[in-house]
Design a protein around this ligand. Structure first.
Ligand code: HEC
Length: 399
């Protein structure tokens, strides 16, 4: 058994666990948001904020929310916290296994800046931890308590952060890190604010004191932030399978627009839950319009003159592919980092190159995702070379 093989298993199992606990966390959080906005509040008895009936899995449920706290604490009180903690832990381990242990392949981008792999890891970690501190401090400032100012500042913060990260690490890693930074803020909110505040409330009650309402308000604010972070974070986590997204020239800007779209959709759901589906439809329309705009604006340029111009000689294509791709994508890679052809693609075989022309177009022509920039000696692939490769594919990828 090789290390690469075992790491692949670690990658797979962690990913599996991460998705499962993530679903449990976000699912519970969506459920409580839904619950809060569907409570029937009219004519309830003293101290009760609202209640509702639901049917699920063949049974009837009756849930009641208290205005402040019940007179007496119940013997069993359920908490929701491990979903959040385990989502963060599995996510961080996945970040280690996929990106940080392979920093030379998946973090370093010599076409941007020549950094040693460990330095790119430091950049990532610094952004992750620093992001939390800035966010946490700002949330407690005078401005952070104003939701509009908080929203505007977060947009600006993400914009600056993604722009700066984009100077140091690979495109894919930029998207993943912004997702991880927002995810860290979410888990941090649960761990450092929401749960401790709930514990303090419970302790005060046990001591027979009136719980401090500010504790609840602070937790509610952080919950609200988490609510709006969810959709952008999930998008960023899945976006790294789509080079058209992370490989775009203005990827850092695309990232912010997508985050705003996610917030817009979430906002509409929140309004809809409160019974304002129609009045709030502007948020949904704006989000859908944003998606449409991205689809149009981000469309890769058509290769011009594919029919008119002279046929590209295959020899020219072969030499480009030999120079930039086969060090990794070959039956016997010369690369020290990839001893087997990544994704099984062996471009030393003409037929394989032809059969995967559409993938090659996506990775190396309409985006610059490939070749991976793994060492300072790797020659940078020129636009001219990409253009030639694209032209050959547009002409039918014949050899
Ligand atoms: C330094 C090694 C390296 C070089 C050089 C390289 N690749 Fe890759 N390639 C990879 C790795 C690693 C992956 C797998 C990426 C992943 O798992 O996300 C990959 C994946 C791919 C894929 C599959 C993408 C997918 O997700 O389906 C294509 C297509 C591809 N490369 C094309 C190329 C082309 C074309 C070139 C040359 C212009 C090239 N690569 C140069 C390492 C390399």
């Amino acid at each position: 058994m090789t290390l690469v093989y075992l790491m692949d298993w670690a990658n797979l199992l962690l990913r599996w666990a991460h998705v499962i606990v993530g679903i449990a966390w976000i699912g519970a959080s969506f459920y409580f948001v839904w619950l809060e906005s569907h409570l029937e509040r009219e004519g309830k008895k003293q101290g009760v904020a609202g209640d509702l009936w639901a049917i699920h899995g063949g049974g009837f449920y009756f849930v009641q929310k208290y205005k402040n706290a019940p007179e007496k604490l119940p013997d069993t009180l359920h908490w929701f916290k491990y979903e959040a903690y385990f989502t963060w832990i599995t996510g961080f381990l996945l970040l280690l296994v996929v990106y940080y242990f392979n920093a030379s392949s998946y973090m370093v981008d010599n076409s941007k800046i020549a950094l040693a792999p460990w330095m790119t890891v430091l950049v990532g970690l610094f952004a992750l931890i620093g992001g939390w501190f800035v966010y946490d401090r700002f949330s407690e400032s005078r401005w952070g308590k104003d939701n509009r100012i908080m929203f505007g500042s977060m947009v600006l913060f993400v914009l600056v952060l993604s722009f700066v990260l984009d100077l140091f690490i690979q495109n894919k890693a930029v998207f993943l890190h912004i997702g991880a930074i927002l995810g860290t803020m979410m888990a941090g909110n649960v761990f450092f604010v929401i749960i401790p505040n709930q514990k303090k409330t419970v302790t005060q009650m046990i001591a027979g004191e009136e719980p401090d309402p500010e504790l609840g308000l602070q937790a509610l604010r952080r919950s609200l932030h988490n609510n709006y972070f969810t959709l952008p974070v999930i998008f960023m986590m899945i976006s790294n399978h789509y080079p058209m997204i992370f490989g775009h020239q203005y990827n850092w800007l695309v990232l912010v627009v997508i985050a705003l779209i996610g917030v817009g959709i979430r906002h509409w759901f929140n309004l809809k839950n409160k019974g304002h589906a129609v009045k709030g439809s502007w948020a949904l329309v704006a989000a859908l319009f944003g998606i449409l705009l991205l689809i149009v604006l981000m469309a890769p340029k058509q290769i011009e003159g594919a029919e008119g111009s002279n046929a590209i000689a295959f020899a020219e294509v072969r030499s480009i592919v030999d120079k930039h791709c086969v060090s990794c994508h070959s039956s016997q890679p010369s690369s020290t980092l990839f001893t087997v052809a990544p994704k099984g693609l062996m471009f030393d075989d003409d037929a394989v190159l032809q059969a995967n022309a559409a993938l090659v177009q996506q990775q190396a022509v309409s985006t610059s995702t490939m070749p991976l920039m793994v060492s300072p000696d790797t020659p940078v692939m020129t636009d001219q070379e990409r253009q030639t490769l694209g032209l050959w594919i547009a002409q039918g990828a014949n050899f």
